[in-house]
Design a protein around this ligand. Structure first.
Ligand code: ZN
Length: 134
């Protein structure tokens, strides 16, 4: 019995951009087909068009997406905070920044969650193209 060959990583810039843009549109990064979400937060088990397993066949695969989501939310928060400080310096509205920042830290991870899932999937597809799942 032979095992199927694992496709090599594909680092072509055009492909990486295509995967990322499809992911940002909440589409299947692999084929661009929509409808991979059952709800705002829940992914299907596989793409209806290309059959890509959206959990890549690994238990706990989504933990990477959670980490990706938290890092993206923290970075976006930092950028927004610095932009608000720069725009209002030397008299920043500290109370608004404090409470608005707290609200953003709750809102951003929730809002970015589905995008983090598809972006993490696109990132994974760069290193492990379809066919490399177990
Ligand atoms: Zn697909």
């Amino acid at each position: 019995m032979t095992t199927p060959a694992t496709p090599p990583p594909d680092f072509r810039l055009r492909r990486i951009l295509r995967l990322a843009l499809r992911a940002l549109a909440r589409r299947c990064p692999n084929c661009g087909h929509g409808g991979i979400f059952l709800s705002y937060f829940r992914l299907r088990t596989s793409c209806l068009e290309c059959g890509l397993r959206l959990d890549r066949g690994e238990p706990g695969y989504q933990v990477g997406a959670y980490m990706f989501n938290l890092v993206a939310a923290e970075l976006l928060f930092a950028v927004l905070l610095v932009a608000a400080l720069a725009a209002t310096w030397p008299d920043p509205p500290w109370a608004l920044l404090t409470y608005g920042g707290a609200a953003l830290m709750v809102f951003l991870p929730v809002a970015l969650y589905p995008f983090a899932k598809t972006l993490f999937l696109a990132f994974d597809l760069v290193f492990r193209p379809q066919g490399a799942e177990r």
